[in-house]
Design a protein around this ligand. Structure first.
Ligand code: E4P
Length: 217
């Protein structure tokens, strides 16, 4: 499973990248706003900086909600760097834009997926990635992991190139469950990625090894 980090925070991106296990980055307008990044030029410059840090797909989201606007914004984003993936919301205008970019060989990430039907139509349009938001489903008492499993089952019946990018990951168990189901990619915060390495027995065991080694000094 590929690991993407879901943030626009440059320090977190650098820290995750330094681990050597980072495959890409996802952002969204809320994550950009959280970092105080506003205005077209500032946003574009920030995407470029991210692309210079991580050698992998970087999802950059359009703001327009009509086909022409998405195409206009998506083409500007795609021209920024070869690693940019144009992130497009799951609406019918978005499906048209995904098909347009697919025909041009520009990668897309269809975001805000909450149902298997949405995942199916995005794959048919040629989305490179679809982003089911599992944490947000959990937030409304619906099992987000079940959706990932359902989409995996549907995609396994066919030969779509679309990758399942499990999004809205909140904690390490989400990552493990995504890997068990066979999500192609997960995107989550640095905290969830780092938490995978933790185990109290590892901590205790290492302390003991170092203490025993020190006895010989
Ligand atoms: C996906 O690409 C989104 O940026 C993200 O995963 C949403 O996560 P949230 O539900 O924690 O905001």
């Amino acid at each position: 499973m590929k690991f993407f980090i879901d943030t626009a925070n440059l320090n977190d991106i650098k820290e995750a990248n330094a681990l050597g296990i980072l495959d890409g980055v996802t952002t969204n307008p809320s994550l950009m706003a959280k970092e105080g990044i506003f205005g077209d030029q500032e946003v574009l410059a920030h995407y470029k900086t991210i692309c210079e840090i991580v050698d992998g797909p970087v999802s950059a989201e359009v703001i327009a909600t009509d086909f022409e606007g998405m195409v206009r914004e998506g083409e500007i984003l795609a021209a920024l760097h070869k690693n940019i993936v144009v992130k497009i919301p799951m609406i019918l205008e978005g499906i048209k834009a995904i098909k347009y970019f697919s025909n041009k060989g520009i990668k897309t990430n269809c975001t805000l997926i909450f149902s298997p039907g949405q995942a199916l139509i995005a794959a048919k349009a040629g989305a490179s990635y679809i982003s089911p938001f599992l944490g947000r489903l959990d937030d409304v008492s619906t099992n987000g992991i079940d959706l990932i499993a359902q989409i995996r089952g549907i995609y396994n019946n066919y030969t779509y190139d679309t990758e399942i990018l499990a999004a809205s990951v909140r904690h390490p168990m989400h990552i493990i469950q995504c890997a068990e189901i066979g999500a192609d990619v997960m995107t989550g915060p640095l905290s969830a990625i780092k938490a995978l390495a933790n185990h109290p027995l590892t901590t205790l065991g290492l302390e003991q090894f170092l203490a025993d080694h020190a006895k010989g000094k």
